[in-house]
Ligand binder design. Sequence first.
Ligand code: SAH
Length: 503
Amino acid sequence: MSGARPGVVYLVGAGPGDPGLMTARALELIGAADAIFHDRLIPPGALDGAREDAELVYVGKEPGRPSIPQEEIAERLVEAARSGRSVVRLKGGDPFVFGRGGEEAEALRAAGVEYEVVPGITAGVAASAYAGIPVTHRDDASAVAFVTGHEDPEKDGTALDWEALARFPGTLVFYMGVRRLADNAAALIAAGRDQEEPAAAVERGTMDGQRTVTATLGTIAAEVERAGIGAPAVIVVGAVVGRRDVLAWLEQRPLHGRSVVVTRARAQASGLARTLRLLGADVVELPAIRIEPRTESEEVRRAVAEVEAYSLICLTSPNGVRLLFEALAAAGRDARALAGATVAAIGPGTAAALSAHGIEADVVPDRFVAEALLDALGAVEVDGRRILVARAAEARDVLPDGLRERGAEVDDVALYETVLEEPAPEALAAAAAADYVTFTSSSTVRNLTEVLGGRFPNGARVISIGPVTSETAREAGLSVDAEAERHDIDGLVAALLADARTR
Ligand code: SAH
């Protein structure tokens, strides 16, 4: 199946919240669509892969605020498709499970608009699985029912058949069931369901900060109230809940319960954030820096026009690689323009970015700092040669200065600038309570301290990617608790894990 066809609406499930649980088809369509209409409960970063020129429209319901009526959403989908665009309607979980996807599909059919449905992993299955509760089990449950808890008061209630649910021979999973939990549990018991049956509430299933409370059907409402569990949560009733004692796994990951601030440029934060999340950490992404390309500048234009004149080209970040190739493309050039030059990359990330453009770096140092690259270039003849150092505007001068000392004629060209971005208030609040702060470069130190100012989390342990970054952190008045031995993301994660094990 190809990308997204014009004039078609795709009703797409975004899964329960963990970005890793989005389907390949969902990601493909998000990357291809002209317009995306999305809800509130979609995974963080779900729209990162959208085209830059795609229209992103938020049509979700905000608790306590007037929401866009369902008919209007359907009308806007019809309108967008009729204007010849490819349209993604992105919903949490599965679009056809309590997602009103059925109603939207009916409206599209009535309007003669073609649609496709892309299922998503529904919360009832996913939240349970992440809580270590199998919704069916050979010994405990041969059936599972998804039931609405009717939390949405706007919905006109087709009253639930509590007698039937009480007799149901299997697991009951309630969606939208927190607010009415006490009433619903009482109704089930009154209808004959055993009040001693195990029950669980799973809040924010598969997302950062997932919480699970277990009790019995008779006590679950009180326990949920006591723990302050709120939406989104599913309530699971059935013997399978007892399996969690043995099967819980989420809480056993190495960084479970630790919150970690990740400060990287937006485009690069995801790798580190994802790795930490997979280890169980609650990640606070403060994209304190953003890449501002300078590829339109005169110096970049000149360097690209004369690129064949360089005998050595040094690249110091994946962003630099991306922007160099963008600048080459803008000038109608491609990788062949670099054919005659020796190409040096500061580290494996940069080398991988080059490799993606068909260039295998000739030089990659063992340690990924400018000094090490300079050392690694020791065997390369530079005297009297023209060299291009393409990098960030604010980078240190170690590399160009060192090469000049060896007689080279160095063009030190800024491909981009990293600029400060003000974080969202929720991110700031989460950062204030963090257990760890990670720094991946000196500019992340400078920017985070500037953005947080006096709000830097006092109790947080600081983990740095390497000596230069550590030095900058100390200059900023911070103490560095651990420093990566390998100066890359894996090294940083290893240092954090080692620190976490001791505490
Ligand atoms: N279409 C969605 C359900 C939408 S109804 C799906 O298939 O999952 C909204 C309800 O779904 C919430 O009230 C809650 O009960 C449940 N829900 C959605 N995401 C959840 C999550 N991450 N963890 C627990 N419950 C969730």
